[in-house]
Design a protein around this ligand. Structure first.
Ligand code: KG4
Ligand code: ZN
Length: 337
């Protein structure tokens, strides 16, 4: 089975062709980051308009690179949520219409399920069940995963997501949008013990997160210490360590609670090297293993959408003719496969 995947939920247009026998045949990505950089964040209307310009040419490119014609595609999968309504509608309208024109089934994919399954594209895919830490710009969630569509939400952020905390703190430091990767780069030169940032909600039981207070702590340090290059690097390193420690503490609790020995990390922040290293050490202490996607599939991409769509289409699930999106969509509402 060969699936075309379309991702347009935020500021990246990602298209891919996945084949269950041959693997990923092509994947192309267009990032709108330069378009939004002047505004310090994603402007939804500009995002939608740019997806309209880019989606069809990128589909043509992905099909060409996969060396396949429209007739070779057995199903079309597009992100239907969560995300920006207008941006989602572009991918949904194009994906649903193409599937109808081609006489093939369509599938509305949950963006976070795409992230969650992205490590399955790698050479050593995780077996079920596993614990998943989903850390993106919009979500921070701990999920017990027993199979595709069998998700139990163990904890989530009650305010800012981890990626959002990275981006907001980076913005306070004068870094460009999205600041997460830039802050992580600065952190390499800094002293992670220089400033004492809180490890929010680790002093009480439970698996929820709260990251909004961290940026206030960072703002206070910036106001007091100025912003020399060394101060910036030390703030970056100390802030990153506070986020990583918090995530590691909660992952350890969730591993103990579930008894699982496998941890999947996915979403944009899973590209963070320090987070990967410290979670790998945690799993080593527990006699387990950590799994993550290659860096380019940590952030938004079409490959993870094609893959998630494939699993559901192969099980006979499909979307009716409605062109619909679900900007707010709890992952637990997904049917099992
Ligand atoms: O998954 P993603 O591409 O989009 C959403 O679905 O939200 O995640 C983007 C987020 C941004 O907040 C970005 O700053 C963060 O992931 N990010 C990182 C790193 N790379 C991306 N945060 C920390 N360290 C990184 N290396
Ligand atoms: Zn994402």
């Amino acid at each position: 089975m060969r699936v075309l995947g379309i991702e347009t939920s935020c500021d990246e247009t990602g298209i891919a062709v996945y084949d269950d026998k041959l693997g990923l045949l092509s994947h192309v990505l267009y990032s709108q980051i330069p378009l939004h950089a002047d505004y310090g964040g994603v402007v939804p209307e500009l995002a939608s308009r740019d997806h309209i310009r880019k989606t069809i040419p990128l589909i043509q490119q992905a099909l060409r690179e996969a060396n396949c014609a429209a007739a070779d595609i057995d199903g079309v999968a597009y992100t239907a949520g969560p995300g920006l309504a207008g941006a989602l509608l572009v991918g949904a309208a194009i994906g649903r219409s193409l599937a109808m024109a081609w006489g093939k089934p369509a599938l509305a994919v949950h963006h976070m399920e795409g992230h969650l399954l992205a490590p399955m594209l790698e050479a050593n895919p995780p077996q079920f069940p596993f614990l998943a830490l989903l850390v993106s710009g919009g979500h921070t969630q701990l999920v017990a995963v027993e199979g595709i569509g069998r998700y139990e939400l163990l904890g989530e952020s009650i305010d800012d997501a981890a990626g959002e905390a990275f981006d907001k703190t980076a913005k306070l430091m004068g870094l460009d949008y999205p600041g997460g990767p830039l802050l992580a780069k600065l952190a390499v030169q800094g002293d992670s013990k220089k400033y004492k940032f809180p490890r929010p909600m680790t002093d009480r039981p439970g698996l929820d997160f709260s990251f909004s207070g961290l940026k206030t702590s960072a703002a206070n340090v910036i106001a007091k210490e100025g912003s020399s290059a060394q101060v910036q690097a030390d703030i970056a390193a100390s802030f990153q360590q506070a986020v990583v420690d918090t995530l590691v503490i909660k992952c350890e609790r969730a591993l103990v609670q579930t008894g699982y020995k496998r941890l999947v990390i996915a979403g944009g922040v899973s590209a963070n090297t320090s987070l990967r290293e410290q979670l790998a050490q945690l799993l080593k202490r527990h006699g387990g293993e950590v799994f993550y996607p290659r860096k380019e599939f940590c952030t938004d991409n079409g490959a993870m959408i094609a893959l998630a769509g494939y699993y559901r289409l192969a099980a006979g699930q499909q979307q009716d003719l409605t062109i619909g999106v679900t900007p707010r969509w709890p992952m637990q509402e997904l049917p099992a496969v």
